[in-house]
Design a protein around this ligand. Structure first.
Ligand SMILES: [Zn+2]
Length: 157
């Protein structure tokens, strides 16, 4: 399951790959200076082939991950990406707050509101592929009870 095309662009190991790609992205705009859920679409980037948006680097890395997965016969479906504050309020109403047993973050605190989280439609093969490979692209499944929720966290610590 090792991705040869990825490894070749990294100086060493899988971890530096995401950050190396980050600085190599052309025309990257920044979402800094905006508040959670209040990022203008112009500061985001559409996820190719969908009507969803993410922060530019996260979108680019997601597209690369989707493309590499596809070459291995794995399909990563996009359910949701960036979520405005109003969308977060609506979701909290519909699904309940995570802290109270529901599935929605407190409005204004969701990683979706930063354009850094994506919800995916994954069959068993795709879920296993993500578990093995997503970290190479900077994505981690960081919310228990939500195997579909992947957050882009490539920034070096
Ligand atoms: Zn999510």
């Amino acid at each position: 399951m090792l991705r040869k095309t990825l490894v070749k662009s990294a100086a060493g190991g899988s971890e530096p790959d995401a950050s190396a790609a980050q600085s190599a992205l052309p025309g990257t705009v920044s979402t800094s200076g905006y508040q959670n859920g209040s990022i203008p679409i112009s500061a985001l980037r559409p996820i190719a082939g969908t009507d969803h948006y993410l922060a530019p680097t996260a979108a680019a890395m997601l597209e690369r991950m989707m493309s590499d997965a596809r070459m291995e016969g794995v399909s990563l479906g996009i359910v949701d990406g960036y979520r405005s504050f109003a969308d977060q309020v609506a979701l909290a109403d519909a699904k309940g707050l995570y802290s109270e047993g529901g599935l929605a973050a407190k409005p204004g605190s969701s990683a979706h509101g930063w354009g850094l989280a994506v919800d995916l439609a994954l069959n068993d093969d795709a879920q296993a592929w993500m578990t093995s490979n997503a970290h190479r692209y900077g994505f981690v499944n960081d919310v228990p009870r939500e195997p579909w929720h992947w957050t882009y966290k490539a920034d070096p610590k």
